[in-house]
Design a protein around this ligand. Structure first.
Ligand SMILES: [Fe+2]
Ligand SMILES: [Fe+2]
Length: 498
């Protein structure tokens, strides 16, 4: 029997909806799960997905991708790649394999809800494939990470991380639960597919794949690219939705969703990607700086996309561009200092050559960050690594769940943005984080940051060891990835002159 071409049956098949007889339309698609914006059903019926695929085609392509990724993995394992990799690159892998899979899983679950509650057949269809994509991403990263467990037990965090109360996990969970798990189909799709996937996954997977290839890690590079080909397809799910929102006079609502989600994702990615690209990546292998990647993949492209969709760039764009200059540097420094609180081995890597590179890429880096690193180096040269570990806790932002950081001096950017709400004081790292809270206080007000949990006695015993235990890292926290060998050039000369 001859098979029909996809184009001959697809539109008809995916628009075959049924009219509910035993329940009302509202019961079938409750607002809080489906569409609180009440977009007209004829617009939902006209939802035209930008990318069409049938199940048989999907399976064929995905099978080929997996076959490619798994064969490179086998070859590199045979060559003992991971065990012999540069410690900085091993830390990147540990961080990536342990932080990313559960976000992929969250995306899979979100797409599952779209498959059930989206009111347009086209969107349900794309979301079904999106769900399968994300399950593949989660599984492949768990599997690739676990393959190296025999070399590094920290990789066990790939599975257990999301169940822990480590501060870094709390931050990621707060962000992605907010945008992916706790909203209706329309809001989650605009926030996740557009603000997160369209804006940031190119950076995560393409830019990083370029770095990985330079490092000689073809395994990592190859599977990252195989993931991105999925992301670029399902990230488009929100495009027709935004057009529907604009057409129906809901532009402001769509814009606000973008503004919230872009900022929330940005702050997480500044840590997840900024720190590895500018500090962990061995200097001679760096493709470009984090800021350069951001300018190309996020700033320029995202702005263009917003324009095409009839939206504006977020209201805080100037704050964001300023953040791009300093935020990830402060987080890299802070995370290295508080290394016993994380499960991977942070990289300082601020030897003379690295500092030269940072100064070139971020003019003023030495004046801004160098003096603190000088003190760290002096202590290490004097044989006192214990003096480089802080004895206090940072103040954490009640939105990003990251340490509140800034730069003293001129201009002075170190500031806590506070808000008193129903008898509780909240601390925020920026005006934008506070603004997000103010948009919907009931959504966020009960959450306790890692530090709140310590101060209010949720953590017991209320001691530094009790806190490390609560976060899952007692006696197994991160160590300097290079065992301080990067300090060698400074011995005998505080400035590191050779
Ligand atoms: Fe994914
Ligand atoms: Fe995705």
């Amino acid at each position: 029997m001859a098979l029909l071409e996809r184009s001959e049956w697809y539109d008809l098949a995916r628009q075959t909806n049924w009219t509910p007889k035993y329940v009302t339309e509202e019961e079938l698609f409750p607002d809080e799960m489906a569409d609180p914006y009440h977009l007209p059903q004829e617009d939902w019926d006209a939802y035209d997905e930008p990318y069409k695929v049938a199940y048989s085609e999907y399976v064929k392509t995905q099978r080929e991708k997996d076959a490619g990724a798994y064969s490179v993995k086998t070859a590199l394992e045979r060559a003992g790649y991971y065990a012999n990799a540069n410690p900085g690159w091993q830390s990147i892998q540990t961080l990536f394999y342990t932080a990313v899979p559960f976000i992929e899983y969250a995306s899979g679950s979100m797409f599952g809800r779209f498959t059930r509650f989206a009111k347009g057949g086209g969107m349900r269809n794309m979301a079904s494939f999106g769900s399968l994509d994300e399950m593949r991403h989660c599984q492949i990263q768990l599997w690739f990470g676990y393959a190296n467990l025999k070399h590094n037990k920290q990789l066990d965090w790939a599975h257990k991380g999301c169940h822990s109360n480590n501060w870094a996990v709390i931050g990621a969970r707060h962000t992605f639960d907010d945008i992916e798990h706790t909203r209706d189909v329309v809001s989650s799709s605009i926030m996740t597919n557009l603000a997160f996937e369209t804006a940031f996954t190119n950076l995560q997977f393409i830019a990083f794949a370029a770095d990985a290839a330079k490092e000689g890690d073809y395994n990592f590079s190859n599977f990252l690219q195989s993931i991105q080909t999925d992301e670029s397809r399902h990230a488009q799910i929100a495009f027709p939705l935004v057009k529907m929102m604009v057409k129906n006079g809901k532009k402001d609502e769509a814009q606000k969703l973008i503004d919230i989600a872009f900022w929330r994702t940005w702050r997480q990615f500044a840590v997840l990607m900024g720190m590895p690209m500018d500090y962990y990546m061995p200097l001679e292998k760096r493709e470009r700086s984090f800021k350069e990647f951001m300018e190309e993949w996020v700033v320029a492209q995202f702005e263009r996309q917003m324009n095409d969709l009839g939206l504006d760039r977020p209201w805080y764009w100037d704050i964001f561009l300023n953040d791009l200059e300093y935020f990830h540097h402060s987080q890299a420094l802070g995370i290295w200092l508080w290394r016993p609180t994380v499960w991977w081995n942070p990289v300082a890597c601020v030897g003379p050559k690295e500092r030269e590179w940072l100064e070139k890429k971020y003019p003023g880096w030495n004046d801004t960050w160098g003096t603190l690193w000088d003190t760290v180096i002096e202590n290490l040269v004097a044989g006192h690594p214990e003096m480089t570990i802080p004895e206090t806790l940072p103040i954490m932002c009640n939105m990003s769940q990251l340490a509140i950081t800034g730069v003293p001096g001129k201009p002075w950017t170190l500031k806590v943005f506070t808000l008193d709400h129903e008898g509780r004081r909240y601390n925020f790292g920026t005006e934008v984080d506070r603004w997000i809270f103010q948009q919907e206080p009931d959504r966020y007000k009960r959450h306790l940051s890692a530090i709140d949990r310590y101060v209010t006695g949720v953590v017991q015993p209320q001691t530094p060891e009790g806190m490390l235990d609560y976060m899952g890292v007692l006696n197994q926290g991160g160590q300097d990835a290079y065992d301080y060998s990067w300090v060698e050039p400074y011995r005998g000369s505080p400035q590191g002159a050779e």
